[in-house]
Design a protein around this ligand. Structure first.
Ligand SMILES: Cc1ncc(COP(=O)(O)O)c(C=O)c1O
Length: 398
């Protein structure tokens, strides 16, 4: 019998794993990776206690929509669990093409490609187009998927101050006009809830001949006509070269997309490692996204309810003088500025049966330690009453 399990593990990597402070503190305070044993709409249960979910990205509250569930079940029966292959190889099916056509049409672009995660899609919206000789102008507060894409592309990167057109201009003025340049933005910034200053940023990008990439994971389904997104909201869809997004927010699913011209999407299919070397979106995920896209268009009441709920929630936070970082979207941070305060606020919410998420530096800029909350169209008046009670109570603890 091999006794290899008794061998001393002496690699420096094992040393690092054993003595990692981030993991030690995470486990000590038990703030992340919770497992719920039941979910029903906006309610989740853990160890016999029920919570109102106040941090999900299910903005339109569609996770339990009967039409979406039915579409997923039918797809599973008809197509099985997976196509077990990359799109480039053997993984493509007619349902991918149908979803891509519908999404392209909805966003207002010529063509689309879908991925098995929003993270892959948004990373690919950069790696699919840029290379080592290019320059990326990146908003300082971009999502990790975009930083991964930027890093993998090998392009040189300059960061500009968050949502700051004049800083973008300053950087561009100092750059070589001959270099291929791309400006990478989010439509709604996921942590802050800020809407991109798209008209000004786009005007500067165009003045300096930049390619424009917009990750609209949080704007899609929320802003624009019927939820077509941030570019549509500003009537700038034609101006964005690439628009990417995720199915795990307003569409209540899993997966992601990149839209652009036909030529650009075919180019991306040749160059993006995220599509060439990763298996295709599953039949169930594809069918659920398609059904959700249809529900979004047929049932505007979910969005209406979202904005009604948001308005009540923001009034409460304002009344309590809580700092929401000027969020303009359903993703609403409560900035408390110190990790201890964030921890006690979060614990107090848990005590009252409200589930939120902690985000502390370096995940957010120093001094911006916050509780990340998000409002859903599925929150009922009773949920909002409970949220109000919880927030009022938590505010007394800091
Ligand atoms: C701005 C942004 N882009 C991309 C993603 C990745 O999407 P997904 O979680 O669906 O993989 C997220 C997820 O939070 C996001 O906030």
């Amino acid at each position: 019998m091999s006794l290899s399990f008794l061998k001393k593990k002496n690699s420096p990597i094992w040393e690092r794993i054993k003595h990692d402070d981030i993991t030690r503190l995470r486990l000590k305070y038990d703030t992340y990776y919770h497992i719920f044993d039941h979910q029903e709409g906006t309610h989740v249960t853990k160890d016999g206690k029920e919570y109102v979910m106040l941090s999900s990205n299910d903005y339109l509250g569609l996770t339990h929509h009967p039409k979406i569930k039915e579409a997923g079940i039918e797809a599973l029966k008809r197509w099985g669990s997976s196509t077990t292959g990359a799109r480039l190889a053997n993984g493509g099916r007619t349902f991918h093409r149908e979803l891509e056509e519908e999404l392209a049409d909805f966003v207002g672009k010529e063509s689309c490609h879908v991925f098995s995660a929003g993270y892959l899609a948004c990373a690919s919206s950069v790696t699919g187009f840029l290379g080592r000789k290019d320059l990326v102008l990146a908003d300082k507060n971009l999502h990790s998927s975009l930083w991964s894409g930027i890093k993998l592309s090998g392009a040189h990167c300059e960061r500009f101050a968050h949502n700051h057109p004049e800083h973008l201009r300053e950087i561009l003025e100092a750059e070589d006009p001959e270099t291929g340049k791309a400006v990478v933005l989010e439509g709604i910034y996921s942590m802050e809830g800020h809407i991109a200053r798209l008209p000004e940023l786009n005007a500067i990008a165009k003045e300096f001949d930049c390619f424009t990439i917009l990750d609209d994971a949080h704007g899609f389904g929320v802003l624009g006509r019927e939820g077509r997104g941030t570019a549509d909201h500003f009537d700038l869809t034609d101006q964005m070269d690439v628009i990417s997004g995720s199915f795990s927010k307003s569409l209540s699913g899993i997966g992601g997309f990149v839209t652009s011209s036909k030529e650009a999407i075919e180019y991306m299919r040749s160059h993006s490692k995220q599509t060439i070397f990763s298996a295709a979106l599953t039949p169930v995920a594809c069918a659920c996204a398609r059904a959700a896209l249809q529900v979004m268009q047929d049932e505007p009441e979910h969005r209406e309810r979202l904005f009604k709920n948001l308005s009540r929630y923001l009034s409460l936070l304002k009344e309590l003088n809580l700092d929401t970082w000027e969020s303009e979207a359903p993703a609403v941070p409560i900035v408390l500025g110190e990790k201890e305060k964030v921890y006690y606020f979060w614990k107090a919410l848990l005590e009252k049966g409200i589930y939120s998420i902690i985000s502390i530096a370096p995940g957010v800029p120093p001094g911006k330690d916050l509780i990340r909350t998000a409002i859903s169209g599925a929150h009922t008046d009773e949920d909002l009453d409970r949220i109000e009670e919880g927030i009022r109570y938590a505010a007394t603890k800091i």
